[in-house]
Design a protein around this ligand. Structure first.
Ligand code: AMP
Length: 114
């Protein structure tokens, strides 16, 4: 079990967020410090601290997130494409230890990401 984070408070509606999508498994909301015109975080309601902790039991949940990320990106009108990012651990630049997919779009993305 992960230690509860600020994202758990968003799931519990204890702090505000601009929510774009929610179902029984996941919730998507605007990043508070957007790095692109569209910057949405999609998180499972299950407390998984990082990609490192994803297990065999999470296969269908992770697939669900990938499908919903596509739907959210298309609903945002990102016809030219988008980028999904899952920062993991210190080297990955992770700051909130509740696994999340960044959905970034609305401008061309650079590579390498830095
Ligand atoms: P990461 O660095 O990959 O762990 O991403 C964490 C993200 O959470 C950062 O992009 C933050 O801007 C974002 N963030 C932190 N607190 C909040 C919050 N209360 N509401 C929305 N986004 C947040």
């Amino acid at each position: 079990m992960a230690i509860s984070t600020i994202f758990q408070k968003i799931i519990n509606k204890e702090i505000p967020a601009n929510i774009h999508y929610e179902d029984e498994l996941c919730i998507a909301f605007d990043d508070i410090r957007p790095q692109a015109p569209v910057h949405i975080l999609l998180i499972p309601k299950k407390e998984i601290s990082s990609h490192r902790e994803v297990g065999e039991d999470d296969q269908s949940l992770m697939g669900h997130l990938i499908v919903k990320a596509k739907e959210i990106a298309l609903k945002q009108g990102l016809k030219e494409g988008w980028r999904l990012v899952v920062n993991t651990g210190n080297d990955g630049g992770q700051t909130v230890y509740h696994i999340h997919i960044h959905i970034l779009g609305g401008r061309p993305m650079k590579w390498p990401p830095g």
